[in-house]
Design a binder for this molecule. Structure first.
Ligand code: HEC
Ligand code: HEC
Ligand code: HEC
Ligand code: HEC
Length: 212
């Protein structure tokens, strides 16, 4: 074979390879774009803006059942209920109050009902500084013992602030009991919401790098 013939047969072979490749690209279904993972739908509980609890104030607003707060439907006026303790000095919760799980603070430091409820008027709270507060004023009650957190809350650093950046008169702050159960206030751990989906595919390694 002459040098020229060798050259042209190599060129023909190469052209064939490129033709086959071109055909493969044209017929492949990905249409030139890399395949992207389907974006899963987000669990709708992550989209809810409601607080984790409904406070007394919220129940009033919703005209919901308030019988739990009608203390004197069961108790006698002028006769404070007697708090009973078991042999380990844990408060015994009567079955009529079976919905209450008491556990306020480490070592149940603040479990005594009358640290908050007024024994002489069950339908009111009593704060550490001697104020008598209505059921709808429980944030003041919490604030009477949790001064630093209360100041953070007033300043918008604790809890949830809502409203408009250019109109301070419309600022709202959610009350403590809309997030904390007053009887067992430790905030339970929550599942984190999924991260955002980027428009362009980021390789998983880069994604973890960005997240930290
Ligand atoms: C459905 C009836 C009912 C309602 C409503 C009710 N109680 Fe009671 N409560 C009871 C009974 C029964 C007991 C146990 C007997 C007793 O101590 O009188 C009790 C006991 C208590 C005790 C003593 C708890 C203990 O662990 O020993 C406190 C404090 C108390 N109630 C506060 C309240 C307050 C405050 C309200 C209103 C916000 C209220 N109760 C509403 C029925 C009720
Ligand atoms: C740290 C303060 C605090 C202590 C201690 C406390 N409570 Fe309460 N309790 C509250 C607040 C605040 C509310 C109203 C919460 C709301 O707005 O949802 C409430 C609501 C209630 C209610 C009406 C709603 C319901 O959950 O049934 C009852 C009854 C009650 N408490 C009984 C008791 C009893 C009995 C004890 C003692 C075993 C006790 N509380 C201890 C602060 C306290
Ligand atoms: C009479 C004083 C008093 C009042 C009123 C009071 N607390 Fe407390 N709170 C305490 C004490 C004491 C502890 C325990 C601190 C510790 O263990 O170091 C505590 C602990 C807590 C904790 C931390 C719980 C944990 O286990 O990490 C939260 C949250 C809390 N309180 C929220 C509230 C809320 C919300 C209110 C109003 C409904 C409230 N407190 C009213 C005294 C009070
Ligand atoms: C919008 C919800 C929300 C509101 C409103 C809210 N808290 Fe909390 N609070 C939380 C969460 C969530 C945590 C737990 C933070 C954590 O575990 O890191 C917490 C933690 C706490 C703790 C534990 C100690 C700490 O500072 O980490 C205290 C005490 C407390 N809150 C008191 C209050 C009081 C008092 C109010 C009202 C003046 C209030 N909170 C209002 C959500 C709220």
């Amino acid at each position: 074979m002459s040098l020229n013939a060798k050259k042209s047969s190599a060129l023909i072979a190469l052209s064939l390879v490129f033709l086959v490749l071109a055909a493969a690209f044209v017929t492949s279904s990905s249409n030139g774009k890399p395949a992207r993972d389907a974006i899963p739908l987000v669990n709708t509980n992550f989209l809810s803006t409601a607080t984790v609890r409904q406070s007394y104030g919220e129940l009033v607003r919703l005209k919901a059942d308030l019988s739990d707060f009608d203390c004197y439907a069961c108790h006698e006026k002028g006769k404070p209920p007697v708090i009973r303790f078991d042999t380990n000095q844990f408060i015994i919760i009567p079955k009529e109050h079976g919905n209450i799980l008491m556990g306020h603070g480490s070592h149940n430091r603040n479990n005594n009902c009358f640290n908050c409820h007024n024994e002489l008027n069950l339908e009111q709270f009593q704060s550490r500084d001697g104020r008598e507060l209505k059921f709808s004023e429980s944030t003041q009650l919490c604030g009477s013992c949790h001064g630093p957190t209360y100041r953070d809350w007033e300043g918008g650093a604790h809890g949830r602030t809502g409203g408009y950046w250019n109109d301070a008169s419309k600022t709202t702050r959610r009350n403590c009991v809309e997030c904390h159960n007053p009887h067992a206030p430790k905030f339970p751990g929550r599942q984190p919401a999924p991260g955002p989906h980027s428009l362009r595919a980021v390789p998983p390694a880069a994604e973890t790098h960005l997240a930290h």
